[in-house]
Design a protein around this ligand. Structure first.
Ligand SMILES: [Zn+2]
Length: 391
């Protein structure tokens, strides 16, 4: 009797082990796996680079700060327009180089409607710029994004990706990230990104110097309980939006939302003080998050940004790279003394754009919007939600 009970126990135990092996509760993070149910606390034994990383302030690869390049990421959201590029971006960024001799990187989170796709193509192929996704419509109210269905999110995200590919000629596999309009996230949005094999999500804010991490396990960053990702999304990276500190004591999420700096000196001090909160701490990537509209409020802003870039250019351990290049480093942490040979940060070999934004191959008015693209012929209708081809 006792022997039979013991044998039964062993059998049950063996069965449990088999189930546990077949369906691991702590996935190591193979991208594209279907959802594994509720996210568990991170298990460092099963979460390893390059595909998995637990959330934390520790430097990837266990590097010390003095061996870690300070990454700076500039990103700009919403429609990408010639007027903004010619007036502001072109005066601050082109012709600047990182210590390895290659051009600095920028990331544009591009929404549809009013974006100039000949400019998208020209910038992508002429520079080290990354084109990321920011929805087709960027529609209001902000609550729409909290409640949008899976089908609605799929259209907003995937139709904009198609538009960037078809009308901006951006390679599909280079469109790797998404930022939610109005910095709103939801579990639905994250599941759509995971289903469609996006590399990273770049919306959620925090006041802690987290390095990016994957959503294999529970995220410590939540804007509100309704936006917390509760499930596991193996292999999808979360690039935290680390909030700025300003002199009035209030944190701010994007530089547009910061109200304390006014003069050129105050803006430069603001940039340097916030940069140093990363540089003198754990060297977590420092992001400058903005919209074109930030430049509109007086020339002191462009001057301060240029002065900040001048200061960074004197530092041999500072690299300004795109979001994807930043993640390349996180996945393969390479110490400063070997960074000159780090392949993902070398100058990207890209062919020339098919046309210049100064003379697009297609230029046509469609009611509220005008289309400018190097792709011909012009579409019969303006590409939009549900119809990225413009048929
Ligand atoms: Zn936006």
């Amino acid at each position: 009797m006792h022997v039979a009970t013991a044998a039964m126990k062993i059998l049950v135990l063996a069965l449990l082990v088999q189930i546990a092996t077949a369906v691991p509760l702590s996935p190591a993070g193979r991208y594209g796996d279907s959802l594994r149910g509720p996210a568990q606390p991170c298990d460092k034994a099963h979460c390893n680079l390059p595909t998995c990383r637990c959330a934390g302030t520790d430097i990837p690869g266990g590097l010390s700060p003095d061996k870690t390049p300070q990454i700076v990421m500039f990103s700009f959201d919403d429609s990408l327009r010639v007027q903004d590029f010619d007036t502001y971006y072109s005066k601050a960024f082109p012709n600047r180089k990182n210590p390895n001799g290659c051009e600095i990187g920028l990331t544009f989170f591009v929404s549809g409607n009013d974006t100039d796709y000949s400019l998208v193509e020209d910038l992508y192929y002429s520079h080290n710029y990354e084109m990321a996704d920011h929805s087709v419509d960027h529609r209001e109210p902000t609550t729409w994004w909290e409640n949008a269905s899976k089908d609605e999110y799929t259209h907003e995200i995937m139709d904009q990706k198609s538009i960037l590919e078809k009308w901006g000629n951006v390679p599909a596999d280079s469109i790797r990230g998404f930022r939610g309009p109005f910095l709103v996230t939801s579990e639905t949005e994250i599941s759509v990104l995971h289903d469609n094999k996006f590399t990273y999500e770049a919306t959620m804010g925090t006041q802690t110097n987290y390095w990016p991490f994957t959503l294999d396990y529970k995220s410590p960053i939540c804007d509100s309980p309704s936006t917390c990702p509760n499930n596991s999304y193996p292999g999808l990276w979360l690039v935290p939006n680390i909030n700025y500190k300003q002199s009035n004591g209030y944190p701010c999420s994007m530089i547009d939302a910061c109200t304390a700096p006014q003069s050129e000196k105050e803006w430069l001090d603001f940039f340097m003080e916030n940069f140093n909160l990363h540089y003198n701490d754990n060297r977590s990537p420092f992001g400058i998050y903005a919209h074109s509209a930030w430049f509109y409020y007086g020339p002191q802003r462009l001057a301060a940004l240029s002065a900040f870039l001048d200061k960074l250019a004197t530092m041999k351990d500072v690299y300004i790279v795109t979001h994807s290049q930043m993640l390349d480093w996180v996945q393969n942490p390479t110490p400063l003394d070997k960074i000159g040979d780090f392949a993902p940060w070398k100058c990207p070999p890209r062919p020339k754009p098919r046309c210049s934004y100064k003379s697009p191959s297609c230029q046509k008015e469609y009611g509220d919007f005008s289309m400018r693209t190097c792709t011909t012929p012009c579409p019969p209708r303006y590409p939009h939600y549900g119809d990225p081809d413009g048929n």
